[in-house]
Design a protein around this ligand. Structure first.
Ligand SMILES: [Mn+2]
Length: 366
């Protein structure tokens, strides 16, 4: 794949304005609207949309138009993530062999920007001869949308901050980065790099950095000036959309709010919290089913041998060895009066979130 130069946008901000940062909206309009409401977003704030506002969720084209509308007002600024880079379909060095791959992706997902554009414009990808025809029809049908995507920067910089979707190299000037070096890093935090200016990234759900428990809140690493904010919106059943709040362009006294749609209830009994737990997660989710039950199944995590009961509906297949949804047996330490967000209600208690951390609560809720 070609190494494409990046576009970097330098942003001059007025003092005394909050900077709100959201990433990885992934076409989830209710979460996006929910988190902006919680943050009290208004014309007096700046909003950075730190990449991956498209794909995976239900409403890519609608999300794009909302982002375009916000950016058109002047106080919102979007960064291109790896899921937003559709304009590269029309790059001179685009390899036509990749068209097939894109078409297969579209037909498999049955959602996403190209799918939505086909639906709205009445283009049937099966009727045209090649994907090349499809994409050129879509380009003609949605000029404003493609123009917006073509102008998206791959990073936004201010005096004290860099907003890039996935990461950057500390040893290279920002403007010398390729697109991929800004929007495609896995486990970026594990590289151990530190930065002179604060680097704010999304892309890699923060929950995946956990080992024995699951927390979706932003990870703020003061020593390395690195903040990871992807709360796993759309990708995780118990995920959330985080909004990092920078109080002013020269402040690093960060706060955040997080949106998820789960009902909030009140804990009635104290629970000590587990001393031993495990988190089975995406990419490392192969389990052996020891005993399959209707609601829960006893499973052994193949790589570690750790055994736990997993909701049977979280198992991906009926096979004896299968992958499963992200899950944990962690029991949260809770006090009466604690407010929790209920993700699952089962015969063995509630799977809840407390301050961003997911786990089981075996008692009663008001
Ligand atoms: Mn991404």
């Amino acid at each position: 794949m070609a190494e494409r130069p990046s576009r970097i946008q330098a942003l001059r901000l007025a003092p005394d304005r909050r900077i709100l940062v959201v990433s990885d909206i992934h076409a989830n309009v209710p979460y996006f609207e929910g988190v902006l409401r919680m943050a009290g977003f208004s014309d007096r704030d700046e909003l950075i949309i730190d990449g991956d506002f498209l794909e995976k969720g239900a409403e890519s084209l609608r999300t794009l138009r909302i982002v375009m509308e916000l950016c058109g007002r002047g106080n919102a600024h979007a960064v291109c993530g790896n899921c937003d880079n559709w304009i590269n379909l029309f790059a001179p060095d685009w390899e036509n062999g990749r068209d097939d791959f894109v078409l297969r992706y579209m037909l498999w997902r049955k959602s996403g920007l190209l799918w939505d554009m086909c639906n709205e414009s009445g283009v049937d990808p099966f009727e045209l001869e090649s994907f090349s025809q499809v994409k050129h029809r879509l380009r003609e049908a949605f000029p404003a949308e493609w123009d917006f995507l073509a102008r998206l920067p791959h990073a936004i910089e201010t005096e004290n901050f860099v907003f890039a979707h996935a990461g950057m190299r500390p040893d290279k000037p920002l403007r010398a980065h390729t697109q991929e070096e800004l929007y495609r890093w896995d486990r970026f935090r594990d590289l151990g790099w530190s930065f002179d200016r604060w680097l704010i990234v999304g892309h890699y759900p923060v929950v995946l950095y956990g080992t024995d428990r699951v927390c979706a809140n932003p990870i703020i690493d003061r020593a390395r000036k690195l903040v990871s904010i992807d709360g796993g919106c759309v990708l995780k059943d118990d995920g959330q959309l985080n909004c990092l709040i920078i109080p002013d362009k020269s402040s690093d006294r960060f706060q955040y709010v997080a949106y998820d749609p789960f009902p909030v209830r009140t804990v009635l009994q104290a629970q000590p919290g587990s001393t031993r737990s495990w988190y089975i997660r995406w990419g490392d989710s192969r389990v052996q089913v020891l005993e399959r039950g209707e609601e829960f199944s006893r499973c052994r995590h193949v790589r570690t041998g750790y055994e736990m009961d997993i909701l049977t509906k979280y198992l991906f297949s009926d096979d004896a060895v299968t992958d499963c949804n992200d899950c944990t047996d962690y029991e949260l330490p809770l006090q009466p009066g604690d407010r929790v967000r209920v993700v699952e209600e089962t015969s063995r208690g509630y799977f809840v979130k407390h301050r961003g951390t997911s786990g089981w609560y075996r008692g009663a809720l008001a």
